[in-house]
Design a protein around this ligand. Structure first.
Ligand code: UDP
Ligand code: MG
Length: 336
């Protein structure tokens, strides 16, 4: 969105979307009819005790159980509640993105709408954020979910994500997180990327940490996910890995691979030519010949793909006026 970021708790510069509130709590809601009133009550109770201006942004992700109407009713009685009702079910990532787009807070908290997260953790997240971080992630140290379908895949996923992205958190899947709004507004979300928000934020240069948070079993309704999620997460992980490594320099990887492949192919070709003309041997049925041709063609393809990726990268950045860097702070003497 914009290139400048703001130091902690300093009002945004005029070119930025000026945050009107201290805090926005973004909650994606998909068929959480029974949880909703309890949730709103719990969040308000915690935040009313803080000296903060805040809003609760509930994004109804096309619920079919009347959660949307329930939000309408609740909004009549809660001044801080804003409901955003999506036209259909887009998935948790899109619901969160809708929340981010509407959020007016300097700080954005995300949490689940099923009461598995504890609003009482919010002040602790905020305190930690104010120690100079851009993102504080929750860690469900004592997670209350099914072992076989949830805990084990999640352990593996967390380990993989940590290795690949270079951000070391225990628990990427925890929805309860706090962000400085400018970090959120610098990111674009697709697929199931919400769990990679820390990794994406890290790419944008954010300072990241985590704290242990409470986690409870689901009280109402059912989980929207099963084992099938794991594969989608792995695919998104590959995307994030690529974005992190090569987003601004695709030619470095594809060009290098292509050149190496071409060089080896040409080397083998020269060797075979020498064998043919100097040693006067037949080379037509040699596997090496096939290898040389494949390497050469693959090399050309990789190289041109790198060039194309380079062009697309430029389009990607320039079409959104998206800088290839992020400024944390500008220091000036202030002297005339
Ligand atoms: N959710 C959503 N859209 C979906 C699926 C889920 O907005 O398509 C919301 C859901 O209402 C909940 C949060 O995302 O607030 C997390 O979902 P769930 O509790 O089912 O996931 P789990 O905690 O089991 O990982
Ligand atoms: Mg849940």
């Amino acid at each position: 969105m914009t290139s400048t970021t703001i130091p902690p708790n300093v009002p945004a510069s005029s070119e930025q979307l000026v945050p009107a509130l201290d805090l926005s709590v973004v909650v994606p809601i998909y068929n959480e009819y029974d949880s909703l009133p309890v949730l709103i009550e719990a969040i308000s109770q915690v935040l009313d005790r803080q000296a903060l201006t805040y809003e609760i942004l509930c994004v109804d992700d096309g619920s079919t159980d009347g959660s949307g109407d329930r939000l309408r009713q609740l909004a009549q009685h809660h001044a801080q509640l804003r409901g955003i009702l999506l036209r259909r079910n887009y998935g948790q990532t899109a619901a969160m993105a809708a929340g981010f787009d509407h959020a007016q807070g300097l700080v954005i908290i995300t949490m689940d709408g099923d009461l598995q997260n504890d609003p009482a953790d919010i002040p602790r997240l905020l305190a930690r954020l104010n120690e100079g971080y851009d993102l504080v992630s929750g860690w469900r140290k004592d997670r209350q979910d099914n072992t076989l379908t949830r805990l084990i895949p999640s352990k593996i996923a967390n380990w993989l994500i940590g290795r690949v992205t270079g951000v070391n958190l225990h628990d990427y899947g925890c929805s309860l997180k706090a962000y400085r709004a400018e970090v959120i507004h610098d990111m674009n979300l697709y697929g199931e990327l919400h769990r990679f928000l820390p990794a994406l934020a890290f790419i944008e240069g954010a300072r990241i940490t985590e704290i242990a948070v409470n986690h409870y079993p689901r009280r109402f309704g059912t989980s929207k996910y099963g084992l099938g999620r794991t594969l989608r997460v792995v695919m998104d992980l590959l995307t994030v890995y690529f974005m992190k490594k090569f987003l601004t320099k695709p030619m470095h990887i594809f060009g290098t691979l292509g050149l190496v492949s071409m060089a080896v192919g040409i080397g083998i070709g020269i060797y075979l030519t020498l064998v043919k003309f100097l040693a006067d041997q037949d080379i037509g049925d040699r596997p090496l010949l096939v290898l040389a041709v494949v390497l050469l063609l693959a090399g050309i393809q990789l190289f041109s793909f790198g060039l194309l990726a380079e062009l697309m990268m430029r389009t990607y950045h320039e079409s959104q006026q998206r800088p290839i860097y992020r400024v944390r702070e500008v220091v000036e003497s202030g002297l005339p």
